[in-house]
Design a protein around this ligand. Structure first.
Ligand code: FAD
Length: 279
């Protein structure tokens, strides 16, 4: 799985499968259900820490063209959940459609962004969603706004296989969109650690407190190392894979940060990162 995660960490999956289309996907889900084999849907792997012993069962990637389609209709777009977010932003800007600029520089797929309610700094993708088509077991429900719940880096979409989503965009000239994207990327380059493999922010910002990076920084943990993993010198809420880090190096660092922050500030930092598989 180290080849499928931005952390470049993780042992093997039993079975890594890329269904060709929705029927193929249904067959895999049917097989996994009837044989009681677990399955996990992966997007761009940019929010995952996969254990060193890997993942049992199926890891399903919606990377085939059937899950990457885009259709524009006025100011709305229906896109396959396997599409990379940066491709969606680019295709929309070609049509003079904006509203996605705040997602620039966030790696991963539309499916991952929806599940995580990805965003930055105060906007999030959930605000744009009109409708989602998903598989729940072998059914294919269409979820409209009233059944969808998005909150800070979270949604009620866990457990579903997201196939496509309808998003509301806005008319905007391509050069304006590009200028805004450039500005956002520059800001990110200045503040985020992009030189090493990571998953972005490790912890959620604690509510009603200073952001997680500041609390970690106050504890003097910037640069702290564990094996090949380290707290970034540039952004203290990023853990980086400095040199062939293992999942257990990262996990030890996570545990240590939580322990020290709790001891010094009585704040229990919660993970934004998803821990998957066997450690
Ligand atoms: C350098 C860097 C910067 C980042 N900056 C930001 C930022 O500014 N803001 C932000 O919000 N995030 C940021 N992230 C985190 C990450 O990019 C986002 O959370 C992203 O939206 C995850 O998408 P993914 O496709 O990689 O999902 P994955 O990591 O593959 O999966 C995340 C979750 O989504 C589920 N999932 C994925 N696709 C589907 C699907 N089709 N159906 C059902 N479930 C699915 C997975 O099962 C898993 O539970 C950053 C990451 C990095 C490495």
């Amino acid at each position: 799985m180290s080849r499928h995660t931005t952390f470049k960490i993780g042992g093997p999956a039993d079975i890594f499968v890329c269904p060709e289309d929705i029927d193929d996907l249904r067959n895999i889900l049917r097989y996994s259900e009837s044989h009681k084999i677990d399955h996990f849907i992966i997007g761009g792997g940019s929010k995952l820490l996969v254990g060193d012993k890997g993942i049992r069962g199926f890891v399903i990637s919606l990377s085939a063209p059937a899950f990457n389609g885009i259709e524009f209709d006025g100011e709305t777009v229906v896109a396959g959940c396997g599409i990379k977010v940066h491709e969606l932003i680019k295709e929309a800007s070609e049509k003079d459609l904006g509203g996605l600029e705040f997602l620039a520089g966030i790696p991963g797929t539309l499916g991952g962004a929806l599940t995580m309610n990805a965003g930055w700094p105060s906007k999030a993708i959930g605000d744009l969603v009109e409708e989602i088509t998903a598989l729940k077991g072998l059914e294919k429900p269409r979820l409209d706004k009233s059944g969808l719940k998005f909150s800070y880096r979270s949604s009620n979409l866990e457990g579903l296989v997201l196939v496509s989503a309808k998003l509301k965009l806005e008319k905007k000239a391509k050069d304006k969109i590009e200028a805004e994207i450039k500005k956002n990327l520059e800001k990110k380059r200045k503040t985020q650690e992009l030189g090493y493999p990571s998953v972005g922010s490790i912890f959620l910002n604690p509510s009603g407190n200073s952001p997680a990076w500041e609390v970690i920084d106050k504890c003097g943990l910037r640069g702290k190392q564990e094996g090949g993993a380290a707290v970034s010198e540039k952004h203290a809420n990023f853990i980086i894979n400095r040199a062939n880090a293992t999942a257990s190096d990262v996990k030890k660092l996570i545990d240590e940060i939580q322990k020290i922050v709790f001891k010094e500030h009585q704040i229990m930092l919660k993970l934004e990162t998803k821990l998957i598989g066997e450690f």
